[in-house]
Structures are given as structure tokens and as C-alpha cells.
Design a protein around this ligand. Structure first.
Ligand code: NAD
Length: 337
């Protein structure tokens, strides 16, 4: 039976990379009904809001969405759409795999996954100024909130991810040496939970700054990294850099009731409409979605076809050094499926 997936083409280069991604996924023969919905600037024009209720309702019903990049209107008072979606569906786990595809880069053979807590920590939104004397902004406070509930579910997700994806090790990156309460709680719960996985998943904990250095000096020692919100925000771009930047970086936002898959990059207004956007990051997000749907055969075939297309430098887009287009790149992948 076909599964229905909410498809949000998004803004800028979004519609063209979404079309290319859908074409490749459909060429595998997987049966998906795409429920196309608007969000972002596209929705602002038609629905007078960047996140129409019908789009939210579609995600609520289908529980799965593939999303093109959305332009966040600047200075209009609209909140970030991506943050709003994360909150609406309590998408607590942000999963960012980093795997070398383009040969000849700084590192070969990188294959690691970062799992970032997506709802708590310093991004809880508890911030204020403290006025002293005549200065209303003499000081400022941002509160790092860490709950046992939030920590347990992200760590559980990381360990279970390791088990189900055949990963060997989980590294918990923290700052418990300084932030003894918030980070200490994270670390204590991690050490305790690790005992349940003894013999199945190796566990280590590392201080965040040392983790950042080791990621550059010897990224091969890492497998799955789990960390709190802000550390994860920073490390996830760092690991994208290890494998050649954002052009090939997919991401998944996963909650109990819904999962949204997307490219890490934005709507690239500078190249929108030129037909040269690289569809690979969104396609890799589609591969993550297929894995989430247990369509492992289709996921594996797309990844292999994409890797072969890149290795043979067939019809690649200009950002990968080719002279092809979004469509010619997608066609070359489809030929190899
Ligand atoms: P961007 O990622 O859109 O672009 C940065 C640079 O990378 C540009 O030069 C662009 O041409 C290039 N680039 C990005 N994706 C590419 C692709 N697939 N193929 C080839 N080149 C590509 O970042 P930005 O310019 O800072 O942001 C533009 C808009 O996107 C903003 O409104 C921002 O809020 C939004 N944004 C959305 C998301 C999301 O929806 N997840 C993420 C980041 C930014």
C-alpha cells in the first residue's frame, strides 16, 4: 500500500530540487503518494501565512514530510518556520549524518552521525536583560534548561539509532567539568543508560572542546555523537565541513509523532531559477526518509547511484565542479539505479 508523505517544495531552489528528488525516488519503484503543501514565502503569497494550518494538518496526519528549504521573511515579525515546525511536532532529535562522497577532499572515508537534542538547553528561549541604574541592558541572562525527560529521550534515541544502524560506538559530548548541574545531569544519565547497552554499543564521554579538536585531528575515532542543543548546532556544521560543506548535507528532525527530512542548506536565492542547484542534499534527506520507512533497498540503490554519478563526474552541477543542471544530474542518477 502506498504511504502518503507531505511534500513541501519550499522557496528559491526548493521546487526544482524537490522535483528532481521526487523523480529519483519514484524511479526506484517505491510507492509513495505525495501530498504537496505550501510553506515559506510561497505560502505567504497564497495563504497570508508562512505556515498554513492545512500544511501542519497534513504533517500531523501523514507523520512524514520531505521539505525543501524555506526562506524566512526578514523583519516581518514572523518567527522562524523551521523552529515553529520543530516546536509544533516536538521534533526532539536532529540527526545529521556526515559521510564522504566526493573523493579528493580533505578527509577520505568519513562516516559519522551527529544526534543533537533539538528542544532544550540554551535554546529553550528563557532569556532576559537585567537593568542596573539607568542602563536597562546592563546584563543579560540566557537560561540553559535540561530535563531528565529531555535527556533520557535523546540518549535513548542515540543508543537505539546505533543498534538499529549497526553502529559500534556512542560518544556523549558535554561540558560537565564546568556546567556541573545541566551538563552533569546529561552525563550521569548517559553513563547510566550506557550500561543497558553494554556488549552491544561501546560508550565514551568527551568534553565538547576536546571533541571539536579530535574531530579535526582524527575524525575516524567517532561513530555516533550525541550532544545537547547548542553544542550540536555547532558540531553539526563542523562535521558537514569535514565532508565538503553543506551541498551534500542532509538532516532529519524526528519526534514521537512526526519526522521531517530536509537538506541542511537554505533556499539559495542567488541561484534560484537558473536550473543549476545541486539536488543531492535533499535527495540524501530522501534516502534518510526511505530508511525511516524501512525502504532499505530503495535507499541503498539511490545512495549507490548518487555515489557512482559523483565518482564518474557525470552531469554534475557547478557547485561540484561540473557543467550540468539539476535535471541532468537527477537523470544521471536515475540511469544508474
Ligand atoms: P543558503 O544555504 O541558501 O546558500 C548559501 C550558499 O550556498 C549560496 O551561495 C548558495 O547558492 C549555495 N547553495 C546552497 N544550496 C545549494 C545547492 N543545493 N546547490 C548549489 N548551491 C547551493 O544560505 P543563505 O543564503 O544564508 O539563506 C537563504 C535563505 O534560506 C534564507 O532565507 C534562510 O533563512 C533560508 N534557510 C533555510 C533553511 C531551511 O529551510 N532548512 C536553512 C538555511 C537557510
Amino acid at each position: 500500500m502506498a504511504q502518503t508523505v507531505t511534500l513541501i517544495p519550499g522557496d528559491g531552489i526548493g521546487p526544482s530540487i524537490t522535483d528532481a528528488t521526487v523523480r529519483v525516488i519514484e524511479a526506484t519503484g517505491v510507492s509513495i503518494d505525495w501530498d504537496r503543501r505550501e510553506a515559506g514565502m510561497a505560502a505567504l503569497q497564497t495563504h497570508n501565512t508562512p505556515i498554513p494550518d492545512e500544511t501542519l494538518e497534513s504533517i500531523r496526519v501523514n507523520r512524514l514530510a520531505l521539505k525543501g528549504p524555506l526562506t524566512t521573511p526578514v523583519g516581518t515579525g514572523f518567527r522562524s518556520i523551521n523552529v515553529a515546525l520543530r516546536k509544533e511536532f516536538d521534533l526532539y532529535s536532529n540527526v545529521r549524518p556526515a559521510r564522504t562522497i566526493v573523493p579528493g577532499g580533505r578527509y577520505e572515508g568519513i562516516d559519522l552521525v551527529l544526534i543533537r537534542e533539538n528542544t532544550e538547553g540554551l535554546y529553550s528561549g528563557v532569556e532576559h536583560y537585567v537593568g542596573i541604574g539607568t542602563d536597562p541592558r546592563a546584563a543579560a541572562e540566557s537560561v540553559m534548561i535540561v530535563t531528565r525527560f529531555g535527556v533520557e529521550r535523546i540518549l535513548r534515541y542515540a543508543f537505539e539509532y546505533a543498534v538499529s544502524h549497526g553502529r559500534k560506538k556512542v560518544t556523549l559530548a558535554h561540558k560537565a567539568n564546568i556546567l556541573k548541574y545541566t551538563q552533569g545531569l546529561f552525563l550521569d544519565i548517559g553513563r547510566e543508560m550506557a550500561k543497558e547497552y553494554e556488549g552491544r554499543v561501546e560508550f565514551e564521554d568527551r568534553i565538547i572542546d576536546a571533541t571539536a579538536m579530535l574531530l579535526v585531528m582524527d575524525p575516524y575515532r567517532f561513530d555516533v555523537i550525541v550532544t545537547e542543543n547548542m553544542f550540536g548546532d555547532i558540531l553539526s556544521d563542523q562535521i558537514a565541513g569535514l565532508v565538503g560543506g553543506l551541498g551534500l548535507a542532509p538532516g532529519a528532525n524526528i519526534g514521537k509523532d512526526a519526522a521531517i527530512f530536509e537538506a541542511v542548506h537554505g533556499s539559495a536565492p542567488d541561484i534560484a531559477g537558473k536550473g543549476i542547484a545541486n539536488p543531492a542534499a535533499l535527495l540524501l534527506a530522501g534516502v534518510m526518509m526511505l530508511q525511516h520507512m524501512d525502504e532499505h533497498d530503495a535507499a541503498g540503490r539511490i545512495r549507490a547511484a548518487l555515489e557512482a554519478t559523483i565518482h564518474e563526474r557525470d552531469s554534475l552541477t557547478p557547485d561540484l565542479g561540473g557543467s550540468g543542471s539539476t535535471d541532468s544530474f537527477a537523470d544521471a542518477i536515475i540511469r544508474r539505479l
